[in-house]
Every structure is written in structure tokens, then in C-alpha cells.
Design a binder for this molecule. Structure first.
Ligand code: NAD
Length: 694
């Protein structure tokens, strides 16, 4: 039963028991209302306590009911809160661990609240593009004051219960057993004569509402340009301040219903569920026993190896860091220290924490030292011969059952696995640069990778706070394979008539954090050059505009050389359009006999984004990604795709696959059209009016 009803002394105890976080699903809601009625009808009951079993008071709406009729079936949360608030016998919410969203709204409907310290208190609806829809925007300001409530509702961020102890949200902070304290409180309060206080009847504490609300609006002006929800949160709170509780509540309802329908909220909810779904692998049950990972080896103390080691020690996992020379090791360790110290300077770490992390890293030159590690992550040069040497050595020294992971970006993981006599223990862990910062981790599943190896790595990813997405073996996996098509289109458009600044501006207006040319200048244009040189050798049929090679031949590698697609003043990161580059592009077009034309922003965005979508469809069809939402997560967490558009595949679904397919076919008929081979899956789904994200 999701709700239990018991009697302690003469207090009715309603226990929410709907694991994992006592989500307020239909049967839970019903159970609360029934409990309140039962208490009303029992002459021996003088007061009611609502408490959560297990890990939470309540995490709010039951997400398994999202988008189902049950979510809106009576009693709705608003009805439950009304029943609680109108109870003549006092209702006390006893809060521990988590009171979020609808859970906090429920508690706000109670007459009194007793809390344990350390509970996370939040109204996080804004993160799903919504606002609290069961009175949260009206009651919270009346409980904690206008300023605090605005901050909590507009950001959705959790606040620890003890920080709110001085407000009217909590009547008592419980020491010791929460239920005992709540029952004692209830018995005491039952002695007092009613009616018992309702949050809705309180005044909103503020010194200057107009100024506070204006300042809240100013705060989000820059950050929430693409998100309507934070604005609506403020509007709803303001309405309650100016026109009172009832009108505020009605307006909150109106805003909620409007926000649910917005594309931004749909995209945010998609991203929320996609992230959860990414952790689930169809043929690897969630109860697959994981291997123990307590000691870790990292091979290669370069850019990636250093960042990867930082992730592990951040999670308190000791790392043995191996490189070939003392110099390389010293450099690697010094870089790690510099990075940690930079975090300390920003106040993110204390000096003690920096030292503790550094102590967890042991540098070594000897493979034998790694014999007792449970996981070894290789991050050496991207060269199959070097990888072969490393993996043969690892095979010799690693203990049985150790997981051997490669951070390769482009090499064939199955070939790497075949260098060992234990290919089932080999997996790809493709971190993104900077590895200690970027959330995304592509977990590459080789043909022989064991299921428990996958399960272990997915679990470890959570521990080091990465968003892991499983990818099959192919050149570039999910993210880089798609971005290559995007970059090809960007270069083709240069030779056809566009300039770098125009392309960057158009795609940045679409919402990408950075356009392709500013991005290349930041990462180093030589990296793409190396990839193209390999392509010219290995896949001569994949045609490229060679305009970017010209740029590299001129030594313009990007910010690090002070010149790339743009000019950079000494030490500055500000990209200034370069006359020299623009002339070079025009000369290239002329030399190729291409008549330059004006290319509209819409075409720029379509060609870049649909190049991602078309390749994504191939990746999905080939089973490299097992679901479209995984591709969306890769792009949202690793490539700066605008969150409010939900990822490339979701964006394509929202645009309509028929429209996308029509555009792809049209571009296939234009100059450089051979770069477009419409994906069979896209064509099939367009014909059947289907979607990638079913
Ligand atoms: P890097 O050149 O910065 O570092 C490589 C390190 O490996 C060097 O310190 C080198 O001394 C060491 N090394 C070379 N051979 C070795 C051996 N036999 N044994 C032990 N150490 C050895 O390179 P990086 O950028 O860190 O790339 C490492 C790997 O990560 C590559 O496979 C690369 O494709 C992949 N990767 C790189 C990025 C990126 O953005 N740089 C992103 C994702 C993945």
C-alpha cells in the first residue's frame, strides 16, 4: 500500500510509502484523502501527522504517471491539499530528507510543519519548464517571505531545511526521531483550540514588493530569454502579492496549463526523461551485479588522462597515473594541481581538499604497479600501434576481472579488445575535453564487451557524476560521427557563398553555445586537419571542401596561434572577422569555378542541424545508438545543442520528419549535394508520419 494509516496515542499517522521517493501518484493521493477522512470520523483521534517512509517525505509528482490520465484523475493534488487544509483536526507534516515539488506543496497545505535538519526543500518545477501547480507560488512566499520564495521558485534550487528554520515554514526543527517529535508536537497542539493556522491566510512578508519583484525580473533577463517558465513563476507570485491568495491561485493554474503546452517545457521534460533512459540498457537488466571498482589506473598523463584522473579522485577513488617518462608524469601532475588550485581560487574547493585529492593520485612508470587495480583507463596517443603495445601490456599485468577501458575517439574498439585475451573485459570510456568538466561520457560497447562490464561502468559514471550514453563501435561513435557531417556542411557553405561570422551567428541565434568556426578556433584547427588527412587516405569518397586545409597551411590554427577563422588580438579570446580569411575564401571559390551566392540564415541552420539529424538517423538505424533520446542527450550534454529544443532528434520530431526529409532531398539536389544521402530511417518515418522519439 502506498499509504499506511496507524494510530499513535491519539494521533493518526499517515505514512506515505511509495518508493523510491513517495511520489504523489493517484493511489497515494487517494490514500491521503482517505486517511484525513478516517481521522475526522474517529472521535479518538485528535490530530494527524503526515510523514514519509524511507528516503523522503515526498519528491512530488509520480513521474511514472506523467502524460497519463492518472496524473489528472481526482483526487488531484489540489484536492488533497484542500482536504488537508480544511481538516478541523490539526494536520502536521513531518519532513525529512526530501520535500520537493508537490511534496512541499502538500506540506504547505498542512497546519504545522516539523522538519528534520538536512532535508532538501525545493519547488523544482521550473526545471521542467513549468511552475508549481498546486499553490506553491502562493503559499511558499507566505511561509518563507517574498525574496526567498522568489529565489527558490525561479531557480528551482533546493535549500536545506535548517536554512529555513527561522521562517514560518517550520514550526519546529526536530532533534532525534522525527515521528516521535511530530507526534509529541501533534498531541500538544491538539490541546489548543482551533481553528488551526493556514498558510494561505498569512501575509506575504516583504519590505518592498515592487523592488524585489523587479530585481527578480532583472536577474533572469539574460539567462531565461528562451525559457518562459521563470517569467511565469514571477508573474504568478506577483499576482498573489497584488491581488491576494485566491486570484493568485487561479492565475497560477492558468499559467501551469499554458506552460505544459509550450515547446520549451516539452523539450525540458524530454531531456529529463531522456537522461534517465540513457542509464538503462535494454538487454542489461538493472539488477546485473556490478564489478567492484575501488582502485583505478589511468594510462597517459596528457590532456585527457589528467582530466580523467581528476574525475576519479573527486569521487574519492584513488588513482595510479602512469606515463612513459618522468617528465611526462611531472607535467601531468603539475597540470592537475594547477587545475585543482584554480578551482580553489574560485572558492569551489578548500586547500585541504586540493591536497587530499592530490594525495589520492600516485604517479608511476611501472605497469606492474597497476596489478591490483579494478579498472584501467587508457588515454595514450591516438595511434593503433601505441594502443596495441599498451593493451598487450595491460593484458599481461591486470588481475583477472579488471576492466580495461580505452578513451579512443576514433579507433576501432573491437580491434583494441582483440589485442588482449580478455575482450569481454574491454570497453570504451570516451570522455570529452576538458574531461573533468564535461558531463558527457560515451560508453562504447564492443562486440564482446560483457554485460556486467557495461553495468559496472554505467554505475561508476553516476558516481563520478557523468551522464553516460552507450554507443556501438563505429568511427566517431555518436557525437563525433554526427559533428563531422555538420562541419562538412559548414565548410561547403563557405565555398558556396557564406562567411564564417555569418554561419556562426546564424547557428548561435538558433541556440548553439558556439558556432562551428569559433568552436574550431578554440579547439585548434589542426585537430580537424588531422582527421581530414586521415579521411583523404581512408575514405577518399567522402568529399570535403579543402578550404579549411588552406587555413591550416597558412598556420592559422586558432586562438593558440592568435589567428584562425578569425583574428585575435594579443591574449584576447574575442573573435574578430578576418579580412584575410574572407579574401582567401572568395579566392578559393573563384579557383573552383563556384559562383558565390547569398545564403540565408534559414538555410545555414537547416543544413547544419539536418546534417546532424540525417547522420543521427543512420546511427539509430545501425543500432550504434539504441534510442533517439540517447542521441539527444549526447548533443545536449556534450555539444552545446540548445536545451530548449530538446536535442537534434527531438527538434526534428517537433519540426515534422516530412519537412526535414523534404529539405534533405532538396539539399541533395543542390551543388555539394552528394554529401546528403537521405537516411533510410528518415525516409521511412517521414512516409509513415512517424517520429524518432516514439
Ligand atoms: P596527449 O598527447 O595530451 O596525451 C597522451 C599521453 O599519453 C602523453 O602524456 C604521453 O606521454 C602518454 N603516452 C604515450 N604513449 C604511452 C604509453 N605507451 N604508455 C603510457 N603513456 C603513454 O593526448 P590526449 O589529447 O590526452 O589524448 C589521449 C587519448 O584520448 C587519445 O586516444 C585521444 O583520441 C583521446 N581523446 C582526446 C580528446 C581531446 O579532446 N584531446 C577527447 C576525447 C578523447
Amino acid at each position: 500500500m502506498p499509504v499506511q494509516y496507524t494510530i499513535r496515542d491519539n494521533v493518526a499517522v499517515i505514512t506515505l510509502d511509495n518508493p523510491p521517493v513517495n511520489g504523489l501518484g493517484h493511489s497515494t493521493r487517494l490514500g491521503i484523502v482517505e486517511g484525513v477522512e478516517r481521522a475526522r470520523d474517529d472521535a479518538n483521534v485528535a490530530a494527524v501527522v503526515i510523514i514519509g517512509a524511507g528516503k523522503a517525505f515526498s519528491g512530488g509528482a509520480d513521474i511514472t504517471e506523467f502524460n497519463t490520465p492518472k496524473a489528472t484523475q481526482e483526487p488531484t493534488l489540489a484536492t488533497v491539499i484542500k482536504a488537508v487544509e480544511n481538516s478541523e483536526k490539526p494536520v502536521i507534516a513531518a519532513i525529512h530528507a526530501i520535500a520537493m515539488g508537490g511534496g512541499l506543496e502538500l506540506a504547505l497545505g498542512a497546519h504545522y510543519r516539523v522538519a528534520a535538519p538536512g532535508a532538501q526543500i525545493a519547488l523544482p518545477e521550473v526545471k521542467l519548464g513549468l511552475l508549481p501547480g498546486a499553490g506553491g507560488t502562493q503559499r511558499l512566499p507566505r511561509a518563507v517571505g517574498l525574496e526567498t520564495a522568489l529565489d527558490m521558485i525561479v531557480t528551482g534550487a533546493p535549500v536545506k531545511s535548517e536554512k529555513l528554520a527561522h521562517t514560518a515554514l517550520f514550526d519546529e526543527m526536530a532533534e532525534g526521531d522525527l515521528l516521535d517529535a511530530a507526534v509529541r508536537f501533534a498531541a500538544r497542539i491538539a490541546q489548543t483550540s482551533g481553528p488551526h493556522p493556514k498558510v494561505r491566510d498569512r501575509d506575504i512578508a516583504h519590505t518592498d514588493a515592487e523592488r524585489i519583484i523587479r530585481s527578480a525580473r532583472e536577474k533572469i533577463a539574460q539567462t531565461a530569454t528562451h525559457f518562459p517558465a521563470p517569467h511565469k513563476c514571477i508573474d504568478a507570485i506577483e499576482r498573489g502579492v497584488n491581488e491576494g491568495f485566491e486570484r493568485g491561485l487561479a492565475f497560477e493554474r492558468e499559467c501551469f496549463l499554458a506552460l505544459v503546452q509550450t515547446p520549451e517545457s516539452r523539450a525540458l521534460r524530454h531531456a529529463f526523461f531522456a537522461e534517465r533512459a540513457a542509464g538503462k540498457i535494454a538487454d542489461v537488466p538493472s539488477n546485473t551485479p556490478a564489478r567492484k571498482i575501488e582502485r583505478i589506473g589511468v594510462i597517459g598523463a596528457g590532456t585527457m588522462g589528467g582530466g580523467i584522473a581528476m574525475n576519479f579522485v573527486n569521487a574519492d577513488l584513488p588513482v595510479l597515473l602512469l606515463d612513459t617518462t618522468p617528465d611526462a608524469l611531472d607535467r601531468g601532475i603539475a597540470t592537475i594541481r594547477r587545475n585543482f588550485e584554480a578551482q580553489a581560487k574560485k572558492g569551489k574547493l578548500t586547500h585541504e581538499q586540493v591536497e587530499a585529492r592530490m594525495r589520492l593520485i600516485t604517479p608511476t612508470l611501472a605497469y606492474g604497479d597497476l596489478a591490483e587495480t579494478d579498472l584501467i583507463v587508457e588515454a595514450v596517443f591516438e595511434d593503433i600501434d601505441v594502443k596495441e603495445r599498451v593493451f598487450r601490456q595491460l593484458d599481461d599485468i591486470a588481475k583477472p576481472g579488471a576492466i580495461l577501458a580505452s578513451n579512443t575517439s576514433t579507433l576501432d574498439l573491437d580491434r583494441i579488445a582483440a589485442f588482449t585475451k580478455r575482450p569481454g573485459d574491454v570497453v570504451g570510456m570516451h570522455f570529452f575535453s576538458p574531461a573533468n568538466v564535461m558531463k558527457l561520457l560515451e560508453v562504447v560497447r564492443g562486440a564482446k564487451t560483457e554485460k556486467d562490464v557495461l553495468a559496472s561502468v554505467m554505475q561508476l559514471a553516476k558516481k563520478i557524476r557523468k551522464t553516460a550514453v552507450v554507443a556501438g563501435v563505429c568511427d566517431g561513435f555518436i557525437g563525433n560521427r554526427m559533428i563531422e557531417q555538420y562541419l562538412r556542411q559548414a565548410l561547403f557553405m563557405l565555398e558556396e557563398g557564406a562567411l564564417p561570422a555569418q554561419i556562426d551567428r546564424a547557428i548561435e541565434q538558433f541556440g548553439f553555445a558556439m558556432g562551428p568556426f569559433r568552436m574550431s578556433d578554440l579547439a585548434g584547427n589542426d585537430i580537424g586537419w588531422a582527421i581530414r588527412k586521415r579521411r583523404y587516405r581512408e575514405q577518399p569518397q567522402m568529399r570535403y571542401s579543402q578550404i579549411a586545409d588552406r587555413l591550416c597551411e597558412a598556420g592559422r590554427f586558432g586562438q593558440k596561434t592568435g589567428a584562425g577563422w578569425y583574428d585575435y588580438a594579443d591574449g584576447s579570446r574575442e573573435a574578430k572577422p578576418s579580412r584575410m580569411v574572407d579574401d582567401m575564401i572568395a579566392a578559393y571559390s573563384k579557383e573552383r569555378g563556384i559562383e558565390r551566392r547569398s545564403i540565408g540564415d534559414e538555410e545555414i541552420v537547416e543544413r547544419l542541424v539536418y546534417a546532424l539529424v540525417n547522420e543521427g538517423a543512420k546511427i539509430l538505424d545501425e543500432g550504434i545508438a539504441s534510442k533517439a533520446s540517447d542521441i539527444d542527450i549526447v548533443y545536449l550534454t556534450g555539444y552545446g545543442f540548445p536545451l530548449w529544443r530538446g536535442g537534434p532528434m527531438f527538434h526534428a520530431d517537433a519540426t515534422g520528419l516530412q519537412n526535414v526529409e523534404r529539405a534533405v532531398r532538396q539539399y541533395a539536389g543542390q551543388p555539394n549535394g552528394d554529401a546528403w544521402q537521405p537516411a533510410a530511417l528518415l525516409t521511412r518515418l517521414a512516409a509513415s508520419n512517424g517520429r524518432f522519439n516514439a
